[in-house]
Ligand binder design. Structure first.
Ligand SMILES: [Zn+2]
Length: 258
């Protein structure tokens, strides 16, 4: 979506929110330090930080799940590879859950961009919010390192396959057909990472080789996965990213850059 047409304004908001989140929730960050310590002890390479992501797969009226964990996993792996290469931030998947409760039509086949903003204001995204809560994490969504939830919906209105409300929501929506490898005209591993980028406050980028290029048309015109230095800074400073590990290019091993 193209909500953040002014990158400077978006940047200011990132810092305002990051500062507020850190002040408000140092206790949560401390609670998460246990997780960091475990990785330090086991010697796992954490990069400069960790972004926790969970996936919720919706179910249609017939009771059929729209996708499977096996189908979603390649896009999650791609998001980890893309963010690690471009920012040093790792993606840690905290869970892929199928929601058995059949959602209302507006949640199963949602609108995009401005329509989704309006629906969010009107409370039509309540179904998502109710199922968002990371069962293992704190209830307060403002804490540092709050996970981003990727919701797999059936169909998004228009020619859109993914949508994010930017940093104002801890969730993004993606269309189930993106993950169906048997459908080469819709299968696209870049969309999940692109929507995570919006949730991390990245606006669109004009370069087709960049992850934040607005359009991607599989199978032959899929957007690139590059990220600029400026984008790296925005992602690393984000309230969703739990700091940890080494700065790539300084003292960390080459594997930091994936
Ligand atoms: Zn976009």
């Amino acid at each position: 979506m193209s909500r953040f047409t002014d990158p400077i304004a978006g940047f200011g908001r990132t810092f305002a929110r990051t500062a507020a989140g850190m002040t408000m929730d140092l206790a949560s960050a401390a609670a998460r330090a246990g997780e960091v310590a475990v990785d330090t002890v086991t010697g796992r390479d954490r990069g400069v930080g960790v972004l926790r992501v969970q996936v919720l797969i919706l179910t249609d009226e017939a009771g059929t799940a729209l996708s499977t964990p096996e189908q979603i996993t390649p896009a999650l792996t791609a998001a980890d590879r893309i963010l690690r290469a471009g920012t040093g931030v790792r993606v840690r998947v905290t869970g892929i859950r199928t929601i058995a409760e059949v959602p209302p039509a507006a949640a199963l086949d949602p609108r995009a961009n401005r329509g989704l903003v309006v629906d969010d204001i009107l409370g039509r995204t309540e179904f998502y919010r109710r199922h968002l809560r990371d069962r293992d994490g704190p209830a307060d969504p403002a804490f540092v390192g709050a996970p981003i939830t990727v919701i797999v919906v059936r169909e998004i209105a228009g020619h859109t396959t993914g949508c994010s409300l930017g940093i104002s929501a801890d969730w993004v929506i993606t269309q189930a057909s993106l993950y169906n490898a048997a459908s080469e005209n819709s299968y696209d591993e870049t969309v999940l990472a692109h929507e995570l980028g919006h949730a991390l406050n990245l606006p669109h980028h004009r370069d087709r080789t960049n992850l934040m290029f607005p359009e991607s048309s599989p199978p032959h015109r899929v957007r690139g996965t590059a990220l600029s230095r400026w984008q790296r800074g925005v992602v690393q400073a984000n309230r969703h990213v739990l700091p940890g590990g080494r700065e790539p290019g300084r003292s960390g091993p080459a594997s930091d850059l994936g």
